[in-house]
Design a protein around this ligand. Structure first.
Ligand code: GLC
Length: 541
């Protein structure tokens, strides 16, 4: 494989599929792998390069599949291993890659390993989990699922000891100090990668190792394990990737890339809430500030940028004051909040305002990193804050205005389809979106195509250019072929802006979304007027 093929993820546009919600192929009311396979052309049409599938393994579903009870099979709701192989091979035919979630930190408490482990201290699986006679160990460690879990320790009557869990008490943490666990996970990875999978989104990786006297996050021992895991993947399955889920500050994220020999990609968690802060304030300094505090990463690595996903919009990576402000602004009702976040979808967060949705995407696609879209956001789906936990942002995909939004022909679906007056499936659906050339769907298709036509976005350098207007973000992307200036007015008023660009004085500027030439600058400044929430991508020849 050439260097370029090995780093395919740098040019890719990703899409997160929550399988249960996407398309029901067998009419039982749950989305499944066959249903998903039937929609592969949909992704191809949109321009998607790689799907990230939420966990598809057998699970009691106490955390929607992030509590795995068998790593070597498919959840019966989703189909069979043959269905999975079929999906992967059909995707390949269309040039679409697939990565899946790999939950390394913990299993379900119903996993046979845990069931064996709790039986006795002599069980061969006892040492696969983290046990203690007291609940006072590692007490500098924060609790993540604050709304439900009082402690990271839960007493198990059968085991006669406490077990450690960073998430729900139904998700005991594995003991990654045990080499058997490490070897088992290599086998699990082999099992899936040999079916042609393109890699994993590695779930909750900062918490693999615990040490007294630390906060048990991002420990050096954890990095040793992840590097070894990457080396194994590189060796046996070159071209496959690890995308790390580490909800951390940029300086704590940086070590996950190591010298280009740990994760190829990590989500950039901290920039996400700041994009929402900026659009509410009409002021861009928070975005610039966090990106300036983001260390450089090795050239083979890439950030993964996103606006929303299947979880709450996390506010872990902001200050306490900013969190309170974000809650006031975006989650005025108590039920919109969860743990340290906001359980709402993109369009409701942005007041169903097309200008704001376009602006944030135009910025997301111009920032360094490969963007990932969340299913349904390309048609402007809403949420259902009356559903439990994060289920309100995991409702059935809206395909058409027929029963159950064309998602399923069962009598009943796993969750109600959104049918309110603003986001209901009778108006918000794929069929309507595709019938209207002006829909957000076609705008996203155009956005994706533009990004892919200009490698400066995926492989170029980036810098923020100085402007005289705090409402305007100016990102310069440069590679050996071209230079692009992405401008974005985060305010709801028209803004005049002067951008300091002496090197591009002699360059003709062409706006890429509209293909309209903007002429030359008269001096070292580019001057322009941007309408409310207006963005431009200027190609500078
Ligand atoms: C990750 C997943 C989340 C899950 C948690 C525990 O953060 O995104 O959905 O609840 O891990 O596995």
């Amino acid at each position: 494989m050439t260097e370029k093929n090995l780093t395919w993820y740098k040019d890719a546009v990703f899409y997160e599929v929550y399988i249960r919600a996407f398309n029901d192929g067998n009419g039982d009311g749950h989305g499944d792998l066959i249903g998903l396979a039937q929609k592969l052309d949909y992704f191809k049409d949109l321009g998607i390069d790689c799907l990230w599938l939420s966990p598809m393994y057998p699970s009691p579903l106490r955390d929607d599949g992030y509590d795995i009870s068998n790593y070597y099979d498919i959840h019966p709701d989703y189909g069979t291993l043959d269905d999975f192989k079929f999906l992967v091979s059909e995707a390949k035919k269309r040039g679409i890659r697939i990565i899946t979630d790999l939950v390394m930190n913990h299993t379900s408490d119903l996993h046979p390993w845990f069931q064996e482990a709790r039986k006795s201290k002599d069980s061969p699986y006892r040492n696969w989990y983290v046990w203690s006679d007291t609940d006072q160990k590692y007490n500098e460690t924060r609790i993540i699922f604050l709304d439900t879990e009082p402690s990271n320790w839960t007493y198990d009557d059968v085991a006669g000891q406490y077990f450690w869990h960073r998430f729900y008490r139904t998700q005991p943490d594995l003991n990654w100090d045990n080499p058997e666990v490490i070897e088992e996970f290599k086998d699990i990875a082999r099992f899936w990668l040999s079916m042609g999978l393109d890699g994993f989104r590695a779930d909750a990786v900062p918490y693999l190792i615990e040490r007294e006297g630390t906060n048990c996050e991002n420990l050096p021992e954890t990095h040793v394990i992840l590097k070894d895991f990457r080396a194994f993947m590189e060796e046996e399955f070159p071209g496959t990737i690890l995308l790390g889920e580490a909800n951390m500050w940029p300086w704590d994220l940086r070590p996950y890339f190591a010298d280009g020999d740990e994760f190829q990609m990590c989500f950039h968690f901290p920039v996400m809430p700041r994009l929402f802060m900026a659009i509410k304030k009409g002021e861009v300094s928070d975005v610039i500030d966090i990106m300036q505090r983001t260390p450089e990463i090795p050239s083979s690595c890439q950030w993964c940028t996103f606006l929303r996903n299947h979880d709450e919009l996390t506010l872990e990576m902001v200050t306490e004051e900013e969190r309170q402000w974000m809650w006031q602004q975006y989650a005025p009702e108590e039920r919109m909040r969860l743990n340290l976040g906001i359980r709402r979808r993109l369009f409701p967060l942005l007041d169903n305002d097309r200008r704001k949705v376009e602006l944030l995407h135009a910025v997301l696609f111009a920032l360094p990193g490969s963007p990932i879209l969340y299913y349904g956001d390309e048609i402007g789906m809403g949420d259902n804050i009356w559903l439990f936990d994060r289920n309100g942002v995991r409702t059935p995909m809206q395909w058409s205005n027929t029963t159950h939004a064309g998602f399923s022909d069962a009598d009943e679906t796993y969750a109600p389809v959104i049918d309110d007056s603003e986001y209901g499936y009778c108006t918000v659906n794929v069929e309507n979106a595709l019938a209207d050339r002006d829909s957000i769907w076609y705008w996203m298709e155009h956005l994706i195509a533009l990004r892919k036509a200009h490698t400066a976005f995926s492989r170029g350098t980036y810098s923020f250019v100085e402007t005289d207007n705090p409402a305007v973000l100016a990102i310069l992307r440069v590679d050996d072929r071209e230079s692009i200036l992405a401008l974005a007015n985060f305010s709801d008023c028209e803004q005049a802006v002067r951008i300091n660009l002496p090197e591009y004085k002699a360059s003709e500027k062409i706006e890429l979304f509209s293909s309209i030439p903007q002429g030359f600058s008269e001096d070292e400044y580019h001057r322009t007027l941007l309408g409310p929430y207006e963005y431009q991508w200027l190609l500078m020849q």
